[in-house]
Design a protein around this ligand. Sequence first.
Ligand code: ZN
Length: 183
Amino acid sequence: MKKLYLGLDIGGQSIKGIALDGEGRVAGEYSAQTPGPQGTEAVLSAIEAGIEGLGSHGTVVSVGVGTPGGVDKEGRVVGMSANIPGWFGTALGERILRMAKGAPTVVRNDGNIAAYAEWAVRRDQSKILLFVGLGTGIGGGYVIDGEILGGRNDRALEIGHCIVEPAGRRCVCGVEGCAWTSP
Ligand SMILES: [Zn+2]
């Protein structure tokens, strides 16, 4: 059986996934709309479908998942995650581990995991890498010497929620004047 390394990104609009083989070649891809308005269980089902589909042609060695919002050390979604209503408090790490049938699983903030991926594929293996992601919101990540600077609950680079206009428009996170406010 082919060894497969899975990666999934949970976005406000879509869930995208990829399976790589042991040589780093693409062995499968997955894309689905994020059923955010249907609730957390619907989003988890879409993630599970992705993991099952991507892992169906081999043995899943590991699964990495990026999610909006803060993530604690146990992989639980904490703090706000503005783009998926009800996502707060989801025991994502535990659920993904079950979906992955016990294969090693990493769940991190989406900007951080994207920054790490960018760092990992670059040949120069930069000492410092700053990533800015423009998706449904504005995310970011910072990698120093191969380590993610996650800060408390992985939220160090949630730059979309920096306040740039005190008493400005209310953001979906509840704070006024964030760099990014929902349309
Ligand atoms: Zn905000």
